[in-house]
Design a protein around this ligand. Structure first.
Ligand SMILES: *Cc1c(COP(=O)(O)O)cnc(C)c1O
Length: 432
């Protein structure tokens, strides 16, 4: 199986984090997101432990919470000692409501509104990651107004193509994110930040993309960032305290995706950075990384109940489920691969080629094409889509007025509701 927290019971039921998936549907209804708390904590510990080990005690991984944002997840990552990234006031509000230590929170996004900036300062956000000049000025304006000094990092684009999907590549010069190093914009913006009395520039950030498997990409980005750090020291005497290398490590959606040893990768990046620092005659800044997907993706899966099974001889077969693009828009957005299993028939041979589709009035409402399921698949069977812990719930909608799914957390022998199922009252709450 693609993740070690998956197994099969003797009677052919898919187990996730030890929990019986069919029992979960009986207990909590269908469809639902399942999360494995032990796997989630394990993924956090890989980052916390290896960053401290290889970069030193001042290193800190930040959970990029846009991957999956709800109160309990902030509590869990906080208890594992991680910081967090937020990209909107809504995520910040959720973190704050969960009691997250906001001095360890970083506010991202390429366009923070004035309301975002003011709200985040009022909440006591640790850092803004400023995207450009306008934002630095806006943050300074509110810092002056409130009589505080606000810590920031500046987001830079190192000019790297991470060999991933175009839609998730963010580190190239022509990206909508950040200020480019090669055009001179990064240096110009740094000077502006240094001139603001109510801003404390702590360092720089880059994020090259998502679902990245190639460690060379990180090494290349780190090298470009560090030579910029050295230039800023040389030109302005500026000591970079923090260097944030972003997120992006890939996860296994299917057997075809490689396994990444994250600890080994972090070790490699650390060795390279330390050598470069010596060469450039600078101190190693405190390192931040911002994993999102690789913290939550394989800690989650989605369970559905099969409905119509449509066989169109010589053309195509369809298996429809009781969810779809409202709970997982990623296939519709960028044809993401997923592994789909029939959770209650794991001992049967899978030789029935089909498309697994959602229930919405939209032909693009597809979860996955070219899937093999057991040919006995029928109404009432339980369909599992694996590795849905990232960018599913956080991207979910109410299209067709379908209520959002609950998130059920399993933790060894226990299971509990972390996000309850939306009701029809929830959906109509704001209708006048
Ligand atoms: C999305 C994002 C991340 C997380 O990326 P993953 O691929 O989920 O690890 C980290 N940093 C920034 C700035 C992001 O936009």
């Amino acid at each position: 199986m693609i993740c070690e927290n998956l197994s099969v019971s003797s009677d052919g039921i898919l187990l996730f984090g030890g929990a019986n998936t069919v029992d979960m549907i009986k207990k909590y209804g269908s469809p639902l997101y399942l999360m494995d708390e032990r796997r989630l904590r394990h993924n956090c510990r890989v980052y916390v432990d290896s960053m401290k080990k290889y970069f030193g005690d001042d290193a800190l991984p930040l959970y990029a919470s846009k991957a999956n944002s709800f109160k309990q997840i902030y509590r869990i990552v906080a208890s594992e000692g991680m910081g967090t990234d937020v990209v909107s006031s809504g995520e910040l509000y959720t973190a704050k409501s969960a009691g997250f230590p906001l001095e360890k929170a970083y506010f991202h996004s390429n366009n923070k509104t004035d309301a975002d900036i003011e709200y985040a300062i009022d909440c006591g956000i640790g850092y803004f990651v400023a995207d450009n000049e306008e934002e630095i000025c806006a943050i300074d304006h509110f810092a002056v107004k409130k009589g505080i000094t606000q810590k920031i990092l500046i987001r830079l684009t190192p000019g790297i193509d991470p060999h991933t999907y175009e839609a998730v590549a963010t580190g190239k010069v022509d990206s909508k994110f950040g200020s480019a190093i090669v055009t001179g914009e990064a240096e110009r913006v740094t000077k502006i930040a240094l001139s603001k009395k109510n801003i404390e520039l702590c360092g720089f950030h880059c994020h090259v993309g998502s679902q990245v498997f190639d460690s060379d990409v990180y090494l290349a980005a780190a090298e470009i960032m560090l030579s910029f750090v050295a230039d800023m020291k040389k030109n302005y005497g500026f000591e970079t305290k923090q260097l944030n290398l972003g997120g992006g490590y890939g996860v296994r959606y299917t057997e075809k995706d490689p396994v990444i040893d994250i600890a080994e990768n972090i070790k490699l990046v650390a060795e390279t950075l330390k050598k470069l620092c010596e060469k450039l005659d600078i101190d190693l800044p405190a390192i931040r990384m911002e994993p999102g997907r690789s913290i939550v993706a394989d800690a989650g899966l989605t369970l559905y109940t099969a409905g119509s099974v449509k066989r169109i001889p010589e053309y195509k077969n369809y298996v429809s489920v009781d969810g779809g693009m409202p709970d997982n828009p990623r296939y519709a957005l960028y044809q993401s691969s997923y592994t789909v299993l029939l959770a209650n028939k794991m001992n049967e041979k899978s030789d029935f080629l089909c498309s697994v589709v959602g229930r919405c009035c939209e032909s693009g409402d597809i979860l996955q094409e070219n899937v093999y399921l057991p040919s006995s698949v029928t109404r009432g069977d339980i369909v599992a889509v694996l590795t849905t812990g990232a960018y599913n719930y956080s991207m979910a909608s109410n299209y067709n007025r379908i209520p959002r799914l609950p998130t059920i957390m399993v933790n060894g022998n226990e299971d509990y509701v972390a996000v309850r199922r939306e009701s029809f009252e929830d959906i109509t709450r704001n209708d006048m």
